[in-house]
Design a protein around this ligand. Structure first.
Ligand code: HC1
Ligand code: SF4
Length: 584
């Protein structure tokens, strides 16, 4: 530990802790733009300047380490003037179209400018003009708003290890972009959207899908079905000021009805169906020794596998994701059963994920002319539609999903958290491999809720490896989230480590940390940490805990679906509707 003084306050901190963090610990909020704790600590934006006694120049506090005896001042006339001039220079070459920007009122640059009381931009000069880049289904890049903080580059290279961005050109022409300024759709980008979450301004945003949805909702001849991904119910409330981790399932369903959707269903239902198929597929592959078996519900992970590890494509589960199973069921089963004109039947998915927009556009999820899912909205976009409609979200009464495709078990809900897909699958695989027993991993068998839980694969650590006993067999499972961690486990397998079953989600935390989730950093940069993912995941596990049914195989609607339509898990019919194939 070292002792130093910040603005006259004596503080004791760990040696080497940045001055910026040391100051924040005692409630002094030094402004910053490029800094992302543990990910982007490069002192590039120079907004966090401070004065250190005995030093001639101001120092960037995000990269200056705490050492014994330092006397630091964060609020002198010189510091205020320098910070102000730095931000003015940034703004002088920034498209200051705040009122029409996607990040209006949730922008770190706007906040910093306001905190520094910038009311006039003195420097004038040349301003860069670039075309919008959006030649892909998921993400839009506006270089005119980029402030060169390099957070997108750091997230993509260090956390996701996709290495899509780097500095291109020199001097005033510098852009942070894929090589040769190619569009994200033309490079090895997995569309995860983590760079969108990291962007402090409106330079990276969703590829917008709200306009066509307003149009189809307007026409009463249309029948518009919507599904909501498991994690939306624990994150949507954040967009309306509710605490992180608030469960808003009932309000969300009411809001969707008020927006005009004809039927509101839960992707959690299709997650239960995925488990029936995936657990069955795993058991088959386990018996044949075709391992490791890799989950396939995350489109960012699928794209990562196709780009970087095509040798693992044969190991992927052939199950479509719950979203795409739902899309296929809506067209082939639900629409027909209810005799809805296929031309008038529209299918919309609310997803926490930019890559789901890309997944919906993949040719294997279409009938050749029309995709099974017509549109995908991110959590952020749904919130925007709710605001556009003038709905006071916090005051909404609760309502229930429509039946029958809105019925789901706790296993379907935990899909939204890292480890959840694996846990849900293990619950059903255990049941199937033991001839119908419930999981008994607790000595207190009378405590029902403890008999379905695999706690060892929960939590935010990047890579979780565990052994579980399924009947007479012991299997080794691994759970990775964030594609940097996925690389680690895949490299270990290549090096000879034997793992039977692997869950991979592209985003840190799983879908609760998805690239389409609310961006909290614009309102409070300190929220860009793993903490909020904890709260969101806990909320999902609490929903599971509170459910009467917590195993996918107990879902009565799914049992009935097999009886009347799909035959049995892995049947020919099930393969036709619910499975797909991937290629390099
Ligand atoms: Fe997910 Fe999934 S869990 S991928 O994160 O398998 O997006 O929430 O809907 O499809 O169920 C996302 C979430 C989601 C699918 C499910
Ligand atoms: Fe990298 Fe993901 Fe952004 Fe693509 S979407 S550039 S892979 S962080």
């Amino acid at each position: 530990m070292v002792t130093l003084q910040i603005d006259g306050i004596t503080v004791e901190v760990e040696k080497g802790l940045s001055l910026l963090e040391a100051a924040r610990n005692i409630g002094i909020n030094i402004p910053s733009l490029c800094y992302l704790k543990d990910i982007n600590e490069i002192g590039a934006c120079r907004v966090c300047l401070v004065e250190i006694e005995g030093q001639r120049t101001l120092q960037a506090s995000c990269v200056y380490p705490s050492v014994d005896g330092l006397i630091v001042r964060t609020n002198t006339a010189r510091v205020r003037k320098a910070r102000k001039r730095t931000v003015e220079l940034l703004l002088s070459n920034h498209h200051r179209e705040c009122t029409t920007c996607n990040r209006n009122l949730n922008c770190e640059l706007q906040n910093v400018a306001d905190d520094l009381a910038i009311r006039d931009i003195e420097p004038t000069g040349e301003v860069r003009r670039y075309e919008i880049h959006d030649n892909n289904p998921a993400i839009q890049r506006d270089y005119n708003k980029c402030i060169h903080c390099r957070r997108c580059e750091a997230i993509c290279s260090k956390m996701q290890q996709c290495h899509v961005y780097s500095a291109q050109n020199r001097g005033f022409e510098t852009v942070i972009a894929p090589a040769f300024m190619r569009d994200l759709g033309e490079v090895a980008c997995i569309m995860c959207g983590q760079c969108v979450i990291a962007c402090p301004v409106g330079s990276l945003t969703d590829k917008e899908s709200m306009s066509p949805i307003w149009e189809i909702l307007e026409d009463p001849r249309n029948h518009v079905v919507v599904q909501t991904a498991p994690s939306i119910q624990v994150t949507l409330g954040e967009e309306f000021g509710l605490p992180v981790g608030t469960v808003v399932t009932g309000k969300m369903v009411t809001a969707l009805r008020r927006l005009g959707f004809d039927q509101v269903f839960a992707t959690d239902f299709a997650a239960d169906l995925t488990i029936m198929e995936e657990a069955h597929e795993f058991i088959g592959r386990f018996e044949e020794g075709r391992l490791p078996f890799l989950t396939s519900c995350c489109p960012g992970w699928i794209k990562f596998c196709e780009h970087f590890y095509p040798q693992f494509i044969p190991n992927l589960s052939t199950c479509k994701s719950p979203m795409s199973m739902f899309g296929a069921l809506t067209r082939f089963y639900h629409g027909k059963k209810r005799d809805i004109d296929p031309e008038r039947l529209f299918s919309v998915a609310i997803m926490p994920c930019t890559a789901k927009k890309y997944e919906a556009a993949r040719p294997e999820h279409s009938d050749g002319k029309r995709p099974h899912i017509d549109y995908v909205l991110t959590t952020r976009e749904l919130a925007m539609m709710i605001r556009q409609a003038g709905i006071d979200f916090a005051k909404l009464p609760d309502s229930e999903y429509d039946s029958p495709l809105g019925e789901y078990t706790g296993a379907g809900t935990i899909f939204g958290a890292t480890g959840g897909v694996m846990e849900a699958a293990l619950r059903t695989a255990y049941w199937a491999m033991t001839g119908g027993k419930k999981v008994e991993n607790s000595p207190q068998e009378e405590v029902r809720e403890q008999t379905v839980e695999f706690r060892e694969i929960r939590g935010q650590s990047g890579l979780k490896i565990s052994k579980v006993r399924l009947g007479d067999h012991e299997i080794k499972v691994a759970v990775a989230h964030g594609t940097g961690n996925a690389r680690q486990i895949l490299e270990a397998i290549i090096a000879g480590e034997k793992i039977d079953y692997v869950e991979i989600m592209a985003c840190p935390g799983g879908c609760v940390g998805g690239g389409g989730q609310p961006v909290l950093g614009g309102r409070d940069h300190r929220k860009i940490s793993l903490d909020y993912r904890h709260n969101r995941s806990d909320a999902l596990y609490n929903i599971d805990y509170s459910k009467k049914l917590r195993n996918s195989h107990e879902n009565a609607t799914i049992q009935n679906l097999y009886k009347t339509y799909l035959d049995h898990p892995g049947s020919e019919k099930a393969h036709k509707v619910l499975h797909t194939a991937y290629r390099a």
